[in-house]
Each structure stands twice: as C-alpha cells, then as structure tokens.
Ligand binder design. Structure first.
Ligand SMILES: Cc1ncc(COP(=O)(O)O)c(C=O)c1O
Ligand SMILES: N[C@@H](CCCC[NH3+])C(=O)O
Length: 451
C-alpha cells in the first residue's frame, strides 16, 4: 500500500513532515527536493517484487546522480549502472561495491575502460565490435581480463517516445542480435575478454510489458543457443526503462508504478523460470522519478490580451524535459487550493530567452499571484542531472528530506564558481598586454595572467 510522501497539511504541501514553504525560505528558489522516504520505499518494493530471483539491482545513475541519492540505494544493497567515468566515480564514492557496477554506453574511451578495470567492476556492457577490440587491448595492457556482457539490439519498438527508444534496428545502441550470435558462436573467446552475459535495454518510460516480453524472449533464446554452443554465459542484464506516471496526483502516481512493477516482474518470472542465469536490472526513473519535485516561485503574471503567462523563477536550464520532449509535469501550488476554486488556462514559462522555455501551455491552474510557490512533480529523474547554466543561471540546489529532517545535498552554485571556470588568454587581457608591449616592444608577449 502506498504511503503519502507529499501530503498537504495545514494547507501547505509537505515532503514527509517538512513544509516546502519553510524550505523555500531557507534555501531560496528554485530548488529540487527529494523524498528519501519515497526513494527507500520505491527501492524496497522493486526488490521485494524480485525476491527469490538471483537478481542484482543496478540503479541507473544517469537518472539522478546526487551522492545522497546513490548512497540511499547503496545502503539498501543496490549496485549501479554507470555510463561514464564520472558516474563510475560517483558510484564508488557513494559506497557502491565495484562488483555490483555495470558499465554501459556506446562510446567508452580507453581511460574509462581502464578506470572500470582498475576498480574491478562486475561487467562492461559492450555495444560494438570496435569497442570489444579496444577493451581487449586495454585489458591486456593492464594484465587483466574484462568481464563482458554483449548488449544486443533486439529490434523491438518500445512504444515510448521516439527520442528515448533504444532497441530498434535504427538505434545506435547495441549489436544486432544475429550479428552477435554469429560472432560469439565463432569467437567464443578473445584475449583480455571473458564473455559472461548478454544485455538488453530497449528504451525508457515504457508503460507496456509487451515490448519487454518480445525483447527478453529474443535475449533468452540467444542465451540458450550460445550456451549450447559452448559460450560460457551466466548472466542476463535486462536493462531498465520501467515507466512512471507523470499525470497523476502526488499519491496516485506511486500506485500506478507499483502495478506496473507487478506486471513487469510477473512477466519476467514467467520467462526466466528454470533458467540458469544471474539477472541484472537497471532501473533509473522508476526509483527516483516520482520521489522528486522542483520548487519554484511565481515572479510575474502577465496578460497579453490572448493569453495569461505565469512567469516562474525556474527555467528550461533547470528542468529541460518539457522543452526537449514536450514532456508533461504536473504543476501544483504549495498553498493548498480551496475546493471549488475555478481553474483557468495559463502558460507557465521560465525567464530564459527561448520560446521553448515553456513548462506548460494552457494548463488549467487556480489563480496565481507573484510570490506564490509552485512545484513541478515527478522531477526526481532526468531533471537536475540534465540541468545546465544556460543564460548563466547557476545550478539549483538539491534538498533531501527524511521524516522531519532535511538537508541540502547539493548547494546552489555560486556566481564565482560559475564564472571562475572561465580563463582569459593573455592576448585578451589588454592591460597586461599593454604593459608587456611597453617592456618588450619587439618581442613576443609573455603570459600576463600566469605571471
Ligand atoms: C543501458 C541503460 N540502462 C538503464 C537505463 C535507465 O533507464 P530508466 O531510467 O528508464 O529506467 C538507461 C536509460 O534509458 C539505459 O540506457
Ligand atoms: N532523459 C530522458 C530519458 C533518457 C533515458 C536515458 N537513456 C528523459 O528525461 O525522459
């Protein structure tokens, strides 16, 4: 049974026992707020749904890579799915054991491979023959052997947004299933490589189990064939992608996810029953998506005759999903709307100088005024991690709430940090170059900044 992680109490929205208006006073807006209770509950229910299966849950860090979030899962026993050396370092720093880390991604560099090998990770999910060749070289140079799962492209349409489907033949991900079969049947072993498994991931935000079933059936068929041919495989990585609800109220969303997890795990159990294979799951969005909110304040309300615009202090640089995918996030006032209040359609927009800096068009909302607080819900996944400093807007802070406790788990970026990353070449620093020119009228200009 779902708990209510985002209750309205005393007329204002809370995360567990912490009122969001108080947090807004403390940390300023915009800010991200995650419910640690929802993170834990989501992980536990996914783990419970898999109980009895030889499964490792490798949380996909790309969805939300804050150290506090990763640590929450690591302490519950999770592994990690990483796609870069940065994510690998984040996982290790948060205490995920290397032997529970899978390294995925179509473009791993030699130094990234070396970092994974040195850490002793569970497996590399290899996505091309060229990558396999490079991994073989890197592993041999380091006098070690790389554990590998070949990521297969099953040519299945996940039925999700075009931009986030990954298992069709026209996708850059994975190796064509027939090519993988032919290759492994023939090769069986490569220096520096130990083939241990097969992997698949057909896309993100899947709301139907049918595409999963089709992809997993192909993968399991291939697994049987290759084992029969003497390839010593022992692991199947079934990827991530389980969708969440973006269109529910803050309570209903969890119930929908729980139902989807039940359907998914029931289907998986049916397919793997009697199969001699360890399983890996790589959920990202499922574990964090509905556990996070982006809190923002209304700056201005303006009417242009045709439309009413609510201009908020969060922008596409903070949460890009609506601009990028036309994605829907529920928008709720922090102050509870009295029952019976009439709703009016408004465009909710941010301050960035782009027309696509629009969170919602003609969204029915209660009357809003300057200073009101709003939340964008389901902003725990692919939200802060996709933020940028576009328009030189500092990255928003992240807050984690647990019961009645809250903590800033990433501070708001300050302006000095943001600007201080830039460097001036000496030939642009006019004062310094002028000084140098006076001193050495015929010579080359020396470094002014470094001097
Ligand atoms: C290989 C791989 N595994 C796992 C994930 C996590 O996906 P999701 O957040 O949809 O569960 C992704 C992202 O789509 C991915 O590319
Ligand atoms: N970033 C996407 C999904 C891509 C998943 C990563 N493979 C989103 O916001 O929905």
């Amino acid at each position: 049974m779902s708990r209510n992680f985002f209750p309205y109490r005393d007329g204002r929205l809370h995360v567990s026992q912490v009122p969001l208006d108080r947090l807004a006073e403390e940390v300023g807006t915009p800010f991200y707020c995650y419910s640690g209770d929802a993170l834990e509950s989501g992980y536990r229910s996914f783990a419970a749904a898999l109980s009895g299966l030889p499964a490792t849950i490798c949380y996909a860090l790309k969805a939300n890579s804050n150290q506090a979030v990763i640590k929450t899962f690591a302490e519950l026993g999770a592994g990690a799915d990483v796609v870069s050396e940065g994510e690998l370092r984040r996982a290790l720093a948060a205490g995920v054991p290397a032997e529970r880390i899978v390294f995925a991604g179509v473009g791993k560099t030699a130094p990234e491979m070396a970092a994974g090998l040195d850490a002793g990770i569970m497996q590399f999910n290899v996505e091309s023959f060229a990558e396999l060749e490079l991994l073989s070289q890197v592993a041999q140079q380091r006098g070690t052997t790389a554990p590998v799962a070949v990521r297969v492209n099953p040519n299945v349409d996940a039925g999700t947004l075009d931009q986030i489907t990954t298992g069709r033949a026209d996708s850059k991900f994975g190796i064509d299933a027939d090519e993988a079969r032919a290759f492994l049947m023939q090769t069986k072993s490569l220096p520096g490589i130990r083939f241990e498994g097969l992997a698949v991931h057909i896309g993100s935000q899947l709301t139907d189990v049918a595409p999963y079933r089709a992809a997993f059936q192909r993968l399991i068929g291939l697994y049987h064939e290759l084992r029969a041919a003497g390839v010593p495989l022992r692991r199947l990585d079934l990827g991530g992608g389980i969708g969440i609800s973006y269109k529910h109220d803050l309570q209903g969303q969890f119930e929908e996810s729980e139902q989807r997890v039940r359907d998914y795990t029931q289907m998986v159990r049916g397919l793997v029953s009697g199969l001699d294979a360890e399983l890996v799951f790589e959920p990202g969005r499922l574990l964090v998506g509905n556990a996070g909110l982006l809190v923002t304040r209304v700056l201005f309300v303006k009417d242009n005759g045709e439309r009413r615009f609510v201009i908020v202090d969060a922008a596409m640089n903070d949460l890009i999903r609506p601009s990028l995918y036309d994605a829907w996030h529920e928008i709720l006032p922090v102050a509870q709307t009295p029952e019976g209040t009439a709703l009016h359609p408004v465009d909710v927009v941010g301050p960035v100088c782009e027309s696509t800096d629009t969170f919602a068009k003609q969204r029915p909302l209660p009357p809003l005024r300057e200073g009101d607080l709003l939340v964008f819900s389901s902003a725990g996944a692919y939200s802060f991690v996709m933020a940028s400093t576009y328009n030189s807007r500092p990255l928003a802070p992240e807050v984690l709430v647990r019961g009645d406790r809250s903590a800033v788990v990433r501070a708001r970026m300050n302006y000095d940090t943001m600007i201080g990353q830039d460097r001036l070449p000496d030939w642009l620093d006019e004062t310094a170059t002028g000084r140098e020119q006076q001193q050495t009228p015929h010579g080359g200009l020396k470094t002014a900044l470094g001097a």
